[in-house]
Design a protein around this ligand. Sequence first.
Ligand code: ADP
Ligand code: MG
Length: 368
Amino acid sequence: MLELLGLTKLYDGTPAIQDVSLTVRDDEYLTLLGPSGSGKTTLLRLIAGLERPDAGRVRMNGTDVTALPAHRRSLGFVQQNYALFPHMSVADNVAFGLRYREVDPVTDDAEVARRVASMLELVGLTGLDGRMTGQISGGQKQRVSLARTLVTEPRFCLLDEPLGALDANLRERMTVELRRIREALGVTFIHVTGNEAEALAMGDRMVVLDEGRVIMVDEPDVVFGRPETVRVAKFLNAYNVFSGNAQGDKFGVGAHELPLPPGTQGAAHYAVRFDTASIARGHGTAPAGHAALPAKFITSEFMGAKVIYFLEKDTGGVVEVERHLSRADPVDYTKDEPVTVHWDLADVTVFDTDGRRIYSPEALAGAA
Ligand code: ADP
Ligand code: MG
C-alpha cells in the first residue's frame, strides 16, 4: 500500500501540488488524469523520491519513506521520454536495470539472460533482442522502456504519459497490453495521462488532478457518469456544459430556457453527456417531455463505431452529440440545416455556483 498524506510542493512559492492525500492499494491499476501543468509529473517525482515535498508524508506499506532517496524505494519509473541507451541493444537496455539495481543486483549472466528473455516475451519484443534501440519504432521503444523498469520487479510502477508519443492505433493496442502485463506481474501501476479516454479505459480507479489538487477519485464509470464537480465534467471531454442562471424551474442558456430537474434551484451549470443527447431535424421537433435546444448542423466526424455531430446553438457555442452506430446507420445533415438537440431530463447533471454536483442521473450501470 502506498499512502500520500497532505503532500505539498512549491516551486518559487507557487504550489505545483497542494495538499494531496491518496491511498494506492496493492495490485491496483490507478490512472491519474489532469491537463498539462496540473502537477502530474511533480506528483510522480514526489512519490519516486526525486523531489522532496514542502509538506506532507509518503508511506510505503506502513513505513515512512519521505526522507528515503529514490533508489531505495523499490519503485519503477517509466519517464515521459524513454531515455533509452541508443548505442545499446534492446536486451542490454533491459539487462542494465537488473545488473545495476541498488537492491539485490543480478550478476550471473545466465540468470540475467533468462530474466531479460522472459521480460521481452511479456512485452512482445521477442526476436528484437539484438537490435539497437536507435533502430526500433516508437511503440517498440515504449515497450523496451517498460521492460527495463519491470525487470527490476518494483512493487509500484509509475508511468508518466507512457502512450503519449504513440499514434492512436498503437495507443489502443498498448492500452490492452499494459493491463495484461500489469495483471501478469501483480504490480501496482500509477499511470499518468492527459487523455481522458485512456484514463477511463485503463484504470481500476481514476484520480482527477486540477491545479495541483485532487478533485475526484473513483472508479472510471462513476467519474464518467457522476462527475463531482463541473471541472471534472469539463476534463472528461464527454459533456456539453452550459453555464447560466436558474430562474425558478428553468435554466437560462442565452435567450433559451431549459427545464430543470426537481430540487435544482441553485443551478449554475447544466451538463448533458454527448451520448445521451439526440438530434431531430428542424426546430420545435423534440419528443414530448424532452428538453430541447434549437441549433444548426456544422459538421460530423466519423470514428469507426461512432459518429460525433457538431452543432451550433442559436446563441453561439458548439454542442456535441455522439451516436453509436450499433444503434443505427449514420444520418447525414446538410451544413447549416436547422436541428433540435434534445435529451431526457433524467439524463442531465446539474452543478451549483461553487461547481458542486447537485443532480445527476439515478440509473447508471456500475454507479452506487
Ligand atoms: P504536468 O506533468 O501535469 O504537465 P508538472 O508537474 O510538470 O505538470 O508541472 C506542474 C507545475 O509546476 C507547472 O506549473 C510547472 O511549470 C511547474 N514546475 C514543474 N517542475 C518545475 C521545476 N523544476 N521548477 C519550477 N517549476 C516547475
Ligand atoms: Mg508531465
